[in-house]
Design a protein. Structure first.
Ligand SMILES: [Zn+2]
Length: 309
């Protein structure tokens, strides 16, 4: 690379701009994770090496490999001890939340309210329940986070009351009765103590209490289950094979996408990633031969199908 960055030649700069138009955000060849998210949209994160998904969606094997790479980086001094500890704590937190889904009575917590614990116990009615009616650790942990959110970070008394009166009984009954002391903290069950220790390292401590949380948006509700969308291919059309694109064609394609961006961008937002090329090709065929009925019908089909989504 020339000193101070930049391009070797005007030609290289042109090639780069053409390739960028194809691969940048929103372009047909953009590489994104593509997993469906809670908001009902596709995940836009960049896939990690060796998989099609991002770190969040690539699954346990990729996550383990990522941790190993991170551990190597930590041993080599490339990341700080604080950074490593933070990542480990996050993993421990995720782990215990995952185990709680199966057994809400597993001991552990991910938040320590510190000086606010007594006030929390009193207002949540936990103190009144006593030892005869223990609260599952998973529910208690969830309730502490709600307390932090609705009473410490901000004062939302109405919402907090609703949580205690309506949501808490629902969660308690969903958790079921306490098991016979074989998973309670006092018993030494194999596997119970590491969970506890890991969760302790992961817990949020109330000590240096910031007056307000950095969170500005409320929890996003889960999107409704995805409806089956009509395929762009049309009835009985064979799946088009992925083919190699020559460099000239790439440049032509990029120029085309750029020239018709006003038409294409809103359609790209409605389609799946693998459908983008189909849209571009349909429009290209139509533009090249607007009088032909076949290309016009194909383009209208693509356009109407996407608009109906
Ligand atoms: Zn993702």
């Amino acid at each position: 690379m020339p000193r101070g960055g930049g391009f070797y030649s005007e030609e290289q700069k042109r090639h780069f701009a053409a390739a960028r138009a194809l691969h940048q955000q929103g372009a047909p060849l953009e590489r994104t994770c593509g997993a469906w998210t809670r908001s009902g949209r596709l995940c836009r994160n960049i896939p990690i090496d060796g998989t099609k998904r991002c770190l969040r969606h690539a699954g346990p094997h990729a996550a383990r490999a990522y941790r190993e790479r991170q551990h190597d980086a930590f041993k080599a001094g490339k990341i700080s001890a604080a950074e490593w500890a933070k990542a480990e704590a996050k993993r421990a937190r995720n782990r215990i939340h995952d185990r709680w889904k199966r057994n809400p009575w597993l001991p552990g917590s991910t938040i320590d309210l510190g000086e606010h614990e007594a006030a929390f116990q009193a207002t949540a009615g936990v103190a009144r329940r006593g030892s005869s009616e223990p609260v599952p650790p998973a529910v208690l942990d969830w309730l502490r986070w709600r307390y932090r959110r609705l009473q410490l970070d901000r004062r939302r008394d109405a919402e907090w009351l609703r949580t205690v009166r309506e949501e808490l009984p629902r969660r308690l009954s969903a958790a079921g009765p306490a098991p016979h002391c074989d998973v309670l903290p006092s018993a030494t069950v194999e596997g119970a103590s590491p969970v506890d220790a890991a969760a302790k390292a992961a817990s949020w401590v109330a000590e240096p209490l910031a007056p307000f949380s950095k969170r500005s948006r409320p929890d996003r509700p889960r999107a409704a289950a995805k409806e089956r969308v009509r395929s762009l291919r049309g009835r009985g059309r064979p799946r088009s094979r992925v083919r190699e694109i020559s460099e000239d064609e790439q440049t032509a394609l990029a120029t085309f996408v750029y020239n018709y961006r006003d038409t294409l961008t809103p359609l790209f937002e409605r389609c799946r990633l693998d459908e983008r090329m189909q849209i571009v090709e349909a429009l290209r065929a139509f533009v090249a031969n607007p009088g032909d009925r076949g290309t016009r019908d194909r383009w209208m089909h693509v356009f109407m199908t996407l608009n109906a989504r």
